[in-house]
Design a protein around this ligand. Structure first.
Ligand SMILES: [Zn+2]
Length: 342
């Protein structure tokens, strides 16, 4: 790997898929490093000459957006500046074309070769992407070998990382399910399937709320695939304005583990959290929030406000929505339709 032309600095940052590193110089991003087996390796591997430093605003913004992408927010990152000075002309053509492939879309090495007027050079494209120092800004995870196999990825947990990133994007954006499902099945990586089964549990909680005449919203808190707490919306019955499903589930989980900090936990909720719940989620250090239906009236994850996009709030959660959204929304609309009939 050639050295960048200008002195570089680097820093580490946390994402939904683990520790990452970014190195930059005056031209832009010089290297990105996706999760490695250990944090000490991250960042140091390709850039022994870089020194650890405080990122300037443009790089801080890039870190924020890369973290959001890895947390499930669709962003093509196409406008982030890269330092391509040390990159060979062929690699540069490959990277520039691959940057035009948007989140949720995939293509093949052969197709990239054809599109950059180098037909027959699929293998060279695979090598260039295997050496890609800019993942996921150059989204090599969206380029697959023929037949939908995920190859040619250089991170230590290479193929698993690639599939995890595709899973995250597909769960959010839902493109090309046939090709993608094959890939996920081969690697036996079921993030989307796990999310769905947890959302089903949250839906079960929501039905309990409906049965008690409460607006049907349900939630579960999960750590390493284990449900630590569950809850449903019950402000009327509990005479408690804070008795939203998320709060009930987090209380149960915190009490189960004897700690108000739910570090490493995922929260699944059938409806986009409100501002109160978003605040509690941030206080609890929830790592990942998965919601079903969007809430255009009180949603605080982007519908009305986005409290998770506010860099001045020191939060740890990555958020993505739309998991089983139609089932979650249908439960709410049938509840309200029923109530209007009475
Ligand atoms: Zn709430």
């Amino acid at each position: 790997m050639p050295s960048p032309s200008l002195p570089a600095s680097f820093c580490l940052f946390d994402t939904a898929i683990g520790h990452c590193a970014i190195a930059w110089n005056a031209n832009g991003i010089v290297r990105l490093q996706l999760p490695e087996a250990s944090e000490s390796l991250t960042g140091a591997r390709h850039l022994p000459e870089a020194t650890q430093g405080e990122p300037p605003p443009s790089i801080r913004a890039a870190i924020e957006r890369i973290g959001a992408l890895l947390g499930g927010r669709a962003d093509d990152l196409a406008d982030l500046a890269l330092d391509l000075d040390a990159i060979s002309p062929f690699h540069r053509r490959v990277y520039e074309f691959v940057r035009t492939i948007g989140p949720g879309h995939t293509t093949t090495y052969g197709e990239v070769a054809a599109r950059i007027d180098a037909p027959g050079s699929a293998r060279a494209v695979g090598q260039a992407l295997g050496e890609n120092p800019f993942a996921p800004v150059v989204p090599c995870h969206r380029v697959l070998a023929a037949g939908g196999r995920a190859g040619g990825f250089s991170a230590a947990r290479g193929v698993a990382t690639k599939l995890r990133m595709l899973e995250i994007e597909k769960a959010r954006i839902g493109e090309e399910p046939g090709l993608f499902d094959d890939v996920a099945e081969q690697a036996n990586l079921g993030t989307a399937a796990l999310d769905e089964s947890m959302m089903r549990l949250a839906l079960g909680q929501a039905r309990l709320a409906a049965a008690k005449g409460e607006v049907p919203v349900g939630a579960v808190v999960v750590r390493d695939g284990e449900v630590l707490g569950a809850g449903f919306n019950q402000p009327i019955g509990a005479h408690d304005p804070s008795a939203h499903a998320e709060i009930m589930a987090m209380r149960a989980a915190a009490s189960a583990i004897g700690n108000y900090r739910l570090v490493g936990c995922d929260l699944y909720v059938t409806l986009e959290p409100c501002a109160m719940c978003a605040g509690a989620i941030q206080h609890a250090r929830i790592g990942r929030v998965v919601y079903g239906a969007a809430d255009p009236k009180t949603g605080a994850c982007g519908s009305v406000v986005d409290l998770f996009a506010e860099p001045r709030l020191n939060h740890h959660a990555h958020v993505y929505g739309g998991v089983m959204a139609s089932e979650c929304a249908a439960l709410l609309s049938s509840f309200f339709a029923e109530r209007r009939r009475r």
